[in-house]
Design a protein around this ligand. Structure first.
Ligand SMILES: NC(=O)c1ccc[n+]([C@@H]2O[C@H](COP(=O)([O-])OP(=O)(O)OC[C@H]3O[C@@H](n4cnc5c(N)ncnc54)[C@H](OP(=O)(O)O)[C@@H]3O)[C@@H](O)[C@H]2O)c1
Length: 351
């Protein structure tokens, strides 16, 4: 076994799944615990978690299942809550990872995680010089779905009209700016006046619609009088039907996510207006971020210069300290987060 320069503390603070998230989500769904530090077996490494990512699909991991089926991604009660994190390898019995490596992968809401790196999205090393917050957000899975969703699935042509839901969230904030860089007319839909303000001022969107205070259909008609060429959907709610109804010939719908549907029982019906695709020879296509992990260098090479020049802004909403993890997830569903919701870990064993 190889060991890193810093001997890790022997206590591992953790958040365990306690109650299933039905209907809400918050601290009551989790239980704080302290356990002995885990030891890596052959083929595993021990990593200290540095930054945690919050993703709406985490709610599905603690959706009610009776009994919960781990093969469906459900985490049984008493197990550590799972997340994507950027972490530092501190001990390794894995041939691919050495102490000191900074890795992106599936970890847990805890100080230290033992893993073989083989999960839904296999662990990979973060390139030198990429800050952990960027590695989790704009250059992580969040950025990959935005980048490949805009460039490969939407296949934009300059001057087209691009509408995005969840526009001020993690994926949406990047998709909005990438569409602008491509020379599109961009209208963002988001859930508060301050999010709309950010879209217009910082992301340089051409229009913004407050999804909770305005009549979205009426505003779409006003802001997109000739219709919509591309709809990038993050929320999967009624906006999808409104966009389908306004698609231009050859229109594309990028199915990235459906935050409005996650954990909702009974499952809401699908879009009523899908036949609009027939009338416009349109296309509706999903994408999965992990399929693009192998091509992440393409996205890095394109986005890093834009990030460094300020043409692309990494909008982040950062909590500090492991104690705050349940609040990080809850903020996605209380719709408070502006930009990518992250958490910077405090010192192991503190708090
Ligand atoms: N396909 C993939 O591989 C992949 C990868 C990453 C993420 N995603 C998906 O992309 C979407 C965005 O993810 P993210 O990480 O960037 O999250 P996010 O947009 O930063 O955070 C969640 C946002 O969803 C909106 N929301 C919450 N509850 C809602 C509701 N009931 N109805 C409508 N909107 C609601 C809120 O924004 P507003 O208040 O502004 O509406 C909230 O701020 C998610 O659906 C996620 O699952 C897909």
């Amino acid at each position: 076994m190889t060991e890193g320069p810093r001997a890790p503390r022997r206590t591992n603070r953790r958040w365990l799944v306690a109650e299933y998230a039905d209907p809400g989500i918050g601290e009551r769904n989790f239980r704080w615990a302290e356990s002995p530090l885990p030891t890596p077996a052959e083929g595993q490494f021990l990593a200290r978690n540095l930054w945690l990512s919050f993703d709406p699909t985490q709610r599905l991991m603690i959706a009610r299942g009776d009994p919960p089926n781990p093969e469906e991604g459900l985490i049984p009660r008493g197990e550590v809550m799972s997340c994507i994190a950027v972490s530092e390898v501190v001990e390794s019995r894995h041939p691919g990872f050495a102490p000191g490596d900074i890795v992106h992968g599936h970890m847990g809401w805890e100080d230290y995680t033992v893993t073989d790196g083989q999960s839904f999205t296999p662990s990979y090393k973060v390139p030198a010089g990429v800050p952990p917050n960027w590695a989790l957000g704009v250059l992580g899975l969040t950025g990959l779905v935005a980048y490949f969703g805009v460039h490969e699935v939407a296949r934009p042509r300059s001057g087209e009209t691009f509408v995005v839901s969840g526009a001020a969230g993690g994926v949406g904030s990047i998709a909005t700016q990438l569409a602008k860089i491509e020379g599109l007319r961009v209208v963002g839909i988001a859930g508060s006046p301050s999010k709309c303000d950010w879209l217009l001022r910082e992301a340089r969107a051409d229009g913004a619609i407050d999804a909770r205070a305005e009549d979205v259909g009426k505003r779409l008609t006003e802001l997109c009088p000739d219709g919509i060429d591309i709809f990038f959907d993050n929320d999967g709610g009624p906006t999808l039907d409104l966009a389908l109804d306004r698609l231009r010939p050859g229109g594309r719908v990028v199915l990235c996510g459906a935050t409005a549907r996650y954990g909702v029982k009974p499952r809401p019906p699908g879009p009523a207006n899908y036949l609009s695709l027939v009338m416009v020879n349109g296309r509706m296509e999903g994408l999965l971020g992990r399929d693009y992990v192998a091509r992440r260098a393409e996205a890095f090479d394109a986005m890093l210069p834009w990030l460094r020049s300020g043409r692309l802004k990494s909008k982040e909403d950062v909590l500090v300290g492991l104690r705050e993890a349940p609040r990080g997830l809850a903020r996605l569903y209380s719709r408070e987060n502006v930009g990518k919701q992250l958490l910077r870990m405090d010192e192991p064993g503190s708090g």
